[in-house]
Write a protein that binds this ligand. Structure first.
Ligand code: FDA
Length: 392
């Protein structure tokens, strides 16, 4: 079969690219080895797809080249995607921090993309793996499970390594290497952190306990959001966010009460409740079991009047700067994204086209561009898909 454009990967980026190319009158085929399209869209946002973030800026993305994402993000914005969502009458709401979710179901986003594909004349083949890709005179020859496909343009939209059970593969990276591209080391991002040994033993039984607002910090980067204790370690939005900036051995600090000046607060409590024990005072600011555990581990609990101001200041400083020793991450099994990937040095930032092989494009998560938690990764998928879709 002969087509103008072959897109490998029917996820967020691949479908968006196919729509844009199809609308330009290109003959587009999308193949995916999974049995249905957009599996990650379906499972995203707890089934409601956090499809974009109104606060998207290039600063919300990690990449070896922080400038790379600028062009595509500027040319296809959250407002553009919102317009599409509204055109399809999909109800949505802002949860917090600019995060937009469907009111009903992620299925509506997949349906919208499929409807747009159908209107643009895009053909989609699922359960169709790719066995071999080679460069030919007219473009590319690709051996798929349904036979040989010849395409002038080849778009790689196979995503990252996260959630292998959903069809994630390293195919895009292998193909990039095959055509001479550098692939930067990959690792799991937006992922829970694990504790081990005595660090795990200390907090394991707190699994399920949540703090609504902490500040998790690595170096100068910090995120203020919730924290959750798990059986294996710590999770919650603040930890998922900071996990993308943390590497084994890095110093991770948690401000357990970023909204309170703990030194002032503890000294005021001493004046107001001199006979009350520290652990009970702390239980007004932190979950009771955590307050007790911190007193067992860090500072013995005595009646407040027995503490000198300097001691309370010291305790306050520890609560604002808890050094938690993480041993690793839960890895790709539970990670939302994959950091690293196809080096942007080898790609055009305006079209996503390979600088080495004309006609070859890489879009979405397979590229070394990774967003924060909160709709940023889909926005990159839509924007990079559009950028390529305008030119393939
Ligand atoms: P994506 O992974 O979507 O698609 C790649 C496609 O390629 C898949 O369909 C796969 O089957 C196919 N493929 C892979 N290898 C292949 C091969 N060898 N041959 C053929 N096909 C192949 N982001 C966000 O912004 N908001 C959110 O709410 C969430 N929520 C979320 C929840 C969970 C649980 C996860 C795991 C991830 C998220 N994300 C997210 C991240 C988001 O899902 C992700 O960044 C995008 O789906 C990336 O889009 P891509 O199209 O690049 O890859």
């Amino acid at each position: 079969m002969k087509v103008d454009v072959l897109v490998i990967g029917a996820g967020a980026a691949g479908l968006m690219c196919a729509i844009a190319a199809g609308q330009r009158g290109r003959q587009v085929l999308v193949v995916d080895h999974a049995n249905k399209v957009g599996k990650k869209i379906l499972m995203s946002g707890g089934g409601r797809c956090n499809f974009t973030n109104t606060g998207v800026t290039p600063a919300s993305y990690l990449s070896a080249n922080p400038h790379f994402a600028k062009s595509a993000l500027a040319r296809y914005t959250p407002a553009d995607f919102i317009e599409l969502v509204e055109k399809h009458r999909i109800a949505y709401h802002e949860k917090e921090l600019g995060q937009l979710f469907c009111d009903e179901s992620s299925k509506l986003i997949v349906r919208m993309l499929l409807d747009e594909c159908a209107q643009a004349g895009v053909r989609i083949e699922t359960s169709c793996g790719v066995e071999r890709v080679s460069k030919s005179e007219e473009g590319f020859s690709v051996r798929t499970a349904r036979g040989e496909v010849h395409a002038a343009s080849l778009v790689i939209a196979t995503g990252g390594l996260s959630i292998p059970s959903m069809g994630a593969t390293g195919f895009g990276y292998e193909l990039a290497r095959q055509f001479g591209h550098q692939v930067l080391p990959t690792r799991a991002g937006l992922v829970p952190l694990t504790l081990s040994g005595k660090h795990q033993e200390r907090y394991q039984d707190l699994a399920g306990l949540a703090l609504p607002q902490v500040s998790a910090r690595v170096g100068k980067r910090s995120f203020r959001a919730g924290l959750l204790f798990t059986h294996r370690g710590i999770s919650g939005p603040s930890i998922l966010q900071i996990s993308s900036y943390w590497q084994p051995g890095d110093d991770l600090r948690i401000d357990l009460l970023p909204e309170l000046d703990m030194a002032d607060w503890l000294n005021a409590q001493r004046a107001a409740r001199p006979a009350m024990e520290l652990k009970n005072v702390l239980a007004d600011a932190l979950p009771k079991r955590l307050a007790q555990r911190l007193c067992e581990l860090w500072f013995e609990s005595r009646p407040m009047k027995q503490y000198r101001e300097a001691e309370l200041n010291q305790i306050a400083a520890q609560l604002h700067d808890w050094p938690i020793v993480a041993s690793g991450t839960e890895g790709y099994r539970t990670a939302e994204v994959t950091l690293g990937g196809v080096d942007t040095d080898g790609l055009s930032s305006s079209t996503m086209q390979s600088k080495l092989v004309p006609g070859l494009y890489f879009i979405g998560e397979v590229v070394d561009v990774t967003g924060w938690l909160g709709g940023y990764n889909f926005q990159w998928a839509w924007a990079s898909g559009q950028a390529a879709g305008q030119v393939v």
